[in-house]
Write a protein that binds this ligand. Structure first.
Ligand SMILES: Cc1cc2nc3c(=O)[nH]c(=O)nc-3n(C[C@H](O)[C@H](O)[C@H](O)COP(=O)(O)OP(=O)(O)OC[C@H]3O[C@@H](n4cnc5c(N)ncnc54)[C@H](O)[C@@H]3O)c2cc1C
Length: 488
């Protein structure tokens, strides 16, 4: 049997790579982790989830200050945002989390950490900083980067991506955001709240293209009411830097050519897999712009080379990367043939209100040919929502032909956390009657989960048939008050 330096080598120290490294090393596998940046943590920590959610919180507080009268408070004239201070707060949050993702921690777990950009020299060996490292199994977990489409002029124009936007030294006065997906919408709303004039351009005729239109349109309406401009159903024709500002020429949804101008451009038109420089093609691993081709055990065209996280091109979320990391550990270290199953993978877009989702939405159910029914409960009927002044949105529970829940979307306050209850219900195959009967604390947003399940049972419990049966057995006397009768 060939003798390799390591049992497993992991390329990329982000959510997927760190999960695999920690799991493999703690199970006693001799593990090598290679990261090209100076620190571990990946996009989520440095250029993704953590900085964006920290930024969104600052924008939310600033928005609350500007709209204080909504809460019966005095109106205040707030000074402009000093973005360097927002950026410093972002860095301070990252610094705290960085301790958890430190080289020392992984070394203490038993893994060897190396920094640099490796490339494969054969199916089991990489070259890094002049040295060769061989491993029985390899995992490519190199993540993704902002995709820049081949638009005329773009390659000669400076634009921002998620790598630069959190670290600017001042707030731009205006920003054109190319792409109305989760990243474009989250950041668009936040920068608009800070005072930047924001225009979001998307070729689709709705924002958040993976979501049901009714939910996405509500998010858009809220953002538009706060001042975000949208150009939807628009084609980007060219981009240029005219010296004082950037110009994006689009054909709008009426076919009219418009030149949008702004101080800066943010690119959020999807992601491309980070595969360059690894020489995957030279060792025969299949990939394209969207990602490395994997089977349902996350094995590439070479069964001992795995790919996990964004680079595998599936669900591009930190929790998906962590989940996939666990699948790789099962297959590569335990040798248990564990397959991926994304049926109940939840996600949330952290706009205000946020939009959380699990399982199928209406569009997906329609495409799957399911004869579904939707049960809806509005946040404006939730006491806590009223108290908080956060009444926009609703929950949609989708049931299949057998009246089993197949998906839930929540647009409203704390949606990401509220989806958590459905994670347990759907994965645990918990009956809806259990949810409807379970006591939830009052007053909480979480009651909306119980309420939507209760709404499903209401017509069954309070039916004429049930009333007649009870009257027959227990001689109930019927209504005491109503349009025709009022008994003293
Ligand atoms: C603005 C923004 C906001 C986001 N918000 C959320 C959110 O709220 N919730 C959520 O779940 N997800 C969010 N995401 C997505 C999330 O960040 C990614 O899904 C997640 O980071 C993927 O983890 P990963 O391990 O696949 O890749 P990464 O975390 O990117 O890690 C890949 C690592 O590989 C390294 N690497 C790359 N190439 C090489 C190479 N050749 N050699 C060695 N190392 C290499 C990189 O430096 C990086 O450290 C957001 C993303 C962005 C951009």
């Amino acid at each position: 049997m060939a003798d390799y330096d390591f049992d497993i080598g992991v390329i990329g120290g982000g959510a997927a790579g760190l999960t695999i490294t920690a799991g493999a090393a703690q199970l006693g596998a001799k593990t090598l982790l290679i990261e090209k940046e100076k620190e571990l943590g990946g996009d989520c920590l440095h250029f993704g989830c953590v900085p964006s959610k920290t930024l969104i919180k600052s924008a939310h507080v600033y928005h609350q200050m500007k709209t204080s009268e909504r809460f019966g408070l005095p109106a205040v004239q707030v000074p402009p945002v000093d973005f360097r201070k927002v950026s410093a707060r972002i860095q301070s949050v990252i610094d705290i989390i960085q301790h958890h993702d430190s080289e020392e921690r992984f070394c203490n777990l038993g893994a060897k950490v190396q920094f640099g950009s490796p490339h494969f020299t054969d199916e089991h060996t990489v070259q890094l900083n002049g040295n060769q490292y061989s491993a029985k199994n390899w995992v490519v977990a190199t993540g993704s980067s902002a995709f820049a489409p081949p638009v005329p002029g773009l390659d000669q124009t400076d634009y921002l991506t998620n790598r630069e936007i959190f670290y600017m030294d001042r707030l731009p006065q205006s920003m054109i955001i190319l792409g109305g997906g989760p990243i474009g919408c989250e950041l668009g709303q936040a920068f608009n709240r800070f005072g930047t004039r924001v225009t979001i351009v998307d070729q689709l005729d709705q924002i958040l293209g993976k979501e049901d239109r009714d939910m996405a349109d509500t998010v858009k309406a809220v953002m538009a009411s706060e001042g975000v401009d949208f150009q939807l159903g628009a084609l980007i024709e060219s981009v240029r830097d005219n010296g004082t500002e950037k110009e994006v020429v689009i054909k709008d949804n009426n076919g009219k050519q418009i030149a949008l101008k702004a101080e800066t451009i943010l690119m959020s038109m999807g992601r491309r897999a980070n595969t360059s420089g690894l020489d995957l093609d030279k060792i025969g691993v299949d990939f394209d712009r969207m990602g490395i081709k994997v089977d349902n055990r996350l094995r590439t065209t070479h069964k001992h080379i795995y790919a996990a996280g964004d680079v595998a091109g599936g669900y591009q979320f930190t929790h998906a990367a962590g989940y996939e990391g666990g699948i790789v550990v099962s297959n590569a270290i335990f040798h248990l043939p564990r397959k991926t199953n994304y049926a109940y993978l939840p996600w949330c877009t952290f706009t205000d209100p946020p939009l959380g989702s699990i399982g199928m939405n209406e569009t997906m159910a329609t495409e799957a040919g399911i004869d579904y029914k939707v049960w809806v409960e509005a946040f404006e009927a939730n006491d806590r929502s009223l108290a908080e002044g956060e009444t926009t949105g609703k929950i949609k529970m989708i049931l299949d032909e057998k009246e089993n829940p197949i998906g839930v979307q929540i647009l409203g306050p704390n949606a990401g956390d509220l989806v958590g209850e459905w994670v347990a219900i759907l994965n645990g195959k918990v009956k809806l009657s259990t949810l409807a009967a379970a006591v939830h604390p009052y007053p909480t947003m979480g009651e909306i989960n119980k309420k939507v399940a209760g709404t499903f049972f209401s017509p069954k419990i309070f039916s004429d048939k049930v009333k007649k049966t009870l009257k027959f057995f227990f001689h109930l006397k019927g209504r005491a008050c109503g349009p025709d009768v009022c008994v003293e």
